[in-house]
Design a protein around this ligand. Structure first.
Ligand code: MGD
Ligand code: MGD
Ligand code: SF4
Ligand code: MO
Length: 770
């Protein structure tokens, strides 16, 4: 295959469309794809370096089985599939299928595999699961569920006032064309940006109002903002009367707040805070984005609740530039109430247990402990709090199977490692479809054949599910025949087969892959599961799907298959927001009693959680220009910040005796690590930050092991978490920082790596980057 081909960047949830020139299996040249309906040619600096993912020397090339001495041997796929299926069946028979825990299911760019592993797990009777969303979004989801039953997204491209709470979109992106949109807001005197962040981030520098809160003090700041709205009559009373219930109790709680006192406690000048509240209250539209700065800090769930007050009290809903409910191609969370984990009784929200309790749910003699774990496209041994405890727990499992493209920290602990084809070698897609009024879905076609020895996940899961023997293959023959006849025939046969054998319903994606899959165009068999989803989408949002130009589910499925750059699958009217509220009365239910109690308790709660022993707040895992979770392992992909510097304030540097480029030791309750120091006037005194995605092992071509930067979760503790959602407080780790005693290490010179960057990189300036 040659020439420019459409695909997408896989480094954050935006999944910007790119076009790629492939040469010798490398992503030789990369540009933004102007035909992508959401990104329209935009990329950030990171997309151009994706070949460091594709051509990573750590790529797995054969299934691996661990020997008794801890080393691995290569085995063939047949052996791997039969042994793994057999081992899981034994665990299910001995202890029950619910003792098998599933972690992952997709990173920033790949969610198709997770659609199929679900069938394998269901067939085994496994239902407990977790992934990174339970390290960030489950608290917000719990709040969303009670308020309106769905996820919301701000329409920043048109919002008069954009509010970013613990969110640095200049670096972390997360909504379409983020830097273009931020520049437009900054340039337009009629619009405003409010940033709530202890750090003067690149986004904060562009803001009209930077509320530089003390770390962890957001609850007081947000409560005061909402209080000003209530106390100074800035609410949209007509909207509240028509569309919101439970307002009175909320209003009463906010009316009591001493704004000046709360402003002081959160470290923001009362006048600035009031001015920001008035800007919100006077705007025609307000959109709010909360992210890790609050989701991974104390009072996280309360903060999720409070920041939603800003747009609900001002009625910034169901109108251009406001906050919106939106369609989904496939939901990221399961519906239903809050469950409990078997050992610690931790909350299971949206079907996900907190990552922070996983080690405790394994390392115990409790009869209901997890015995086996399946990890797909995730690196929990590195990304979960308290890596040491997680590593020990994974080591105690009777069976650990990892599916990944690379030999990760987690894979090294596994009994079996299965090598997946990369995201550019198979059909892929994500379900990060979160926009309104127009929502898009992008099925990426393979750019090349899978690397020899690897398989796409849909094929891996089909082989494993087949090996379980839960479906009689002959039963699928009528469906195979119908699929060859046509889509309509297949649809009819499919529902007939389901009615006749409800067991097929348990393994639907598998059935679709086995029957419809072979009839799909070259290399797209893995898209078969989307047929069912396309029908679901068309029946859930019939008008919006038709407005987007798709007559029905089959038409939508065909459009998804044939469009190389992505399709718009729903086009909503603003009024549709009301219909997307899940509550039977169609109203937002503002009162959440537990959280109102917490709101009242703020008056008597100290904001600081540091101690004399650990006086500095460490943000463990900041997004920077060259971080991308654990997706790219080769440190050469970074054009700068190779060591992942520890950023400290000018004041702290002076007091602690730290200097730019020097080394510091960071000690927390969980552990200690050494980092290179960067003294930064963007940091507040008492606050320091380390980037995410560092401290990964990298074995270079010449066999030397490299592990630049700090693996942040060597410093985090699993008990340090939100009481409602169990989400970690990674952004708020009390720490002690001291100059390292030994001489600063010389940064290793890396001529070879620079050459690799050149080969993988240049494609002109990034489109859309200013
Ligand atoms: N470059 C890059 N982009 C990414 C990623 C990446 O790895 N690299 N990862 C993607 C993923 S998985 C995610 S979840 C998103 C996350 O995106 P963000 O949440 O924007 O990323 P962070 O930098 O982790 O945290 C955001 C901000 O929180 C601030 N913060 C720290 N403590 C506090 C506090 O107490 N209060 C407040 N208000 N703010 C605080 C930090 O200073 C930081 O600016 O980014 C996505 N985009
Ligand atoms: N201390 C601290 N910890 C954090 C955070 C923090 O800010 N601070 N952030 C948290 C957040 S928000 C997130 S999202 C998580 C992210 O942490 P994880 O959920 O562990 O995900 P990633 O780091 O993105 O790892 C993705 C894995 O997928 C693999 N992969 C890539 N492509 C494919 C493929 O096609 N198939 C398969 N099977 N595998 C593939 C990569 O090799 C990599 O191992 O980290 C969390 N942990
Ligand atoms: S914003 Fe940047 S990292 Fe995110 S998908 Fe787009 S190009 Fe990739
Ligand atoms: Mo994330």
């Amino acid at each position: 295959m040659t020439g420019w081909q459409a695909s997408a960047c896989i480094l954050c949830e935006c999944n910007c469309g790119i076009i790629v020139e492939v040469s010798d299996r490398r992503l030789a040249r990369i540009r933004g794809d102007k035909n992508h309906p959401a990104s329209r040619g935009y990329t950030c600096n990171k997309a151009l370096r994706l070949d460091h993912y594709q051509s990573n020397p750590h790529r797995l090339r054969a299934p691996l089985r661990r020997r008794a001495d801890g080393t691995f041997e290569e085995i063939d796929w047949e052996t791997a599939v039969s042994e793994i299926a057999g081992a899981f069946q034994r665990i299910a028979a001995d202890h029950g299928g619910d003792k098998i825990l599933y972690y992952g299911g997709g990173g920033q760019g790949n969610h198709l595999g997770g659609a199929y592993s679900g069938a394998f797990l269901k067939a085994l009777g496994s239902h407990y699961r977790s992934n990174a969303l339970a390290q960030e979004k489950t608290g917000e989801h719990w709040v969303d569920t009670q308020l309106y039953g769905n996820h919301t997204r701000g329409e920043f491209a048109h919002a008069e006032v954009s509010v970013f709470v613990g969110k640095n979109p200049w670096m972390s992106q997360s909504f379409p064309r983020a830097r273009v949109v931020l520049n437009e807001i900054a340039k337009d005197p009629g619009r405003a940006m409010i940033v709530i962040d202890p750090v003067r981030t690149d986004t904060a520098k562009m803001a009209d109002f930077h509320l530089q809160v003390g770390p962890g003090a957001d609850a007081w700041c947000l409560a005061a903002l909402a209080a000003v709205l209530v106390q100074e009559n800035l609410c949209d009373e007509a909207f509240l009367a028509d569309h919101v219930t439970g307002v009175d109790r909320v209003r009463a709680a906010l009316a009591d707040i001493d704004v000046a006192d709360y402003a002081q406690r959160c470290g923001v000048e009362a006048e600035l805070l009031r001015a920001a509240a008035h800007r919100i209250g006077g705007a025609a539209s307000v959109a709010v984005f909360e992210d890790l700065g609050v989701q991974q800090s104390p009072n996280s769930t309360l903060c999720s609740y409070l920041n939603k007050m800003l747009w609900i009290l001002t009625g910034s809903f169901a109108k251009r530039g406001g906050q919106h409910l939106h369609s989904t191609f496939a939901p990221l969370f399961r519906l239903g109430g809050v469950g409990r984990t078997p050992v610690t009784g931790a909350p299971v929200i949206g079907g996900l247990m907190p990552g922070n309790v996983i080690a405790e749910e394994i390392s115990t003699d409790h009869p209901d402990r997890f015995r086996a774990m399946l990890v797909e496209s995730s690196n929990p041994a590195h990304s979960l709090a308290d890596s040491a405890a997680v590593g020990r727990a994974l080591g105690e499992l009777e069976l650990l199977v990892v599916v990944d493209v690379a030999m990760t920290e987690t894979a090294r602990l596994a009994h079996y490692v299965l090598p997946a084809a990369s995201q550019f070698e198979k059909v892929e897609a994500t379900f990060f479809n979160l926009e309104f009024p127009e929502n898009t879905f992008h099925l990426r076609h393979p750019l090349m054949e899978p690397l020899e020895g690897t398989l796409p996940e849909p094929e891996i899961w089909a082989r494993l599910t087949r090996a379980l023997g839960v479906v009689d293959d002959a039963e699928l023959d009528p469906l195979r025949r119908a699929a060859r006849q046509g889509r309509a025939e297949f649809g009819a046969a499919f529902f007939e087969a389901l009615a006749a054998n409800p067991n097929l319903g348990k393994v639907l994606p598998f059935v679709l892959y086995e029957t419809l899959g072979p009839t799909l165009p070259d290399g797209l068999a893995g898209a078969a599961a989307l047929w069912g989803l396309a029908h679901k989408v068309a029946s859930t949002y019939p008008d919006a799907v038709r407005r987007a130009g798709h007559a029905d589910g089959d038409a939508l499925f065909d459009a998804v298959l044939s469009s190389r750059s992505g399709v718009t699958f729903t086009v909503h009217d603003y009024a549709d927001d009301f219909a997307l509220i899940a509550h039977p009365d169609g109203r937002i239910a503002l009162e959440i009693p537990e959280l109102l109690e917490d709101l009242r308790a703020l008056a008597d709660t100290p904001a600081s959680r540091t101690t004399a022993e650990f006086p500095i707040v460490l943000s463990a895992g900041e997004r920077r220009a060259f971080t991308a979770n654990d997706i790219i392992r080769d440190p050469a992909w970074r054009a700068r910040d190779r060591d992942g510097a520890l950023r400290v304030s000018v004041e702290d540097a002076a007091t602690l005796g730290l200097f730019d480029g020097g080394r510091a030791v960071i000690t927390t309750a969980a552990g200690a690590a050494e980092a290179t120091v960067e003294v930064s006037d963007a940091m507040r005194a008492g606050h320091a930050s380390l980037p995410n995605g560092y401290g990964l092992d990298f074995l270079s071509a010449d066999g030397t092991l490299d592990r630049p930067g700090v693996a942040t979760n060597s410093l985090t503790s699993s008990r340090w978490r939100d009481p409602y959602a169990g989400t970690p407080w990674h952004k708020h780790v009390p720490a002690r920082i001291e100059p390292a005693l030994r001489a600063p290490e010389q940064a290793a010179p890396e001529p070879v790596r620079e050459a690799q960057v050149a080969a993988g990189g240049p494609a002109g300036p990034p489109v859309g980057r200013s």
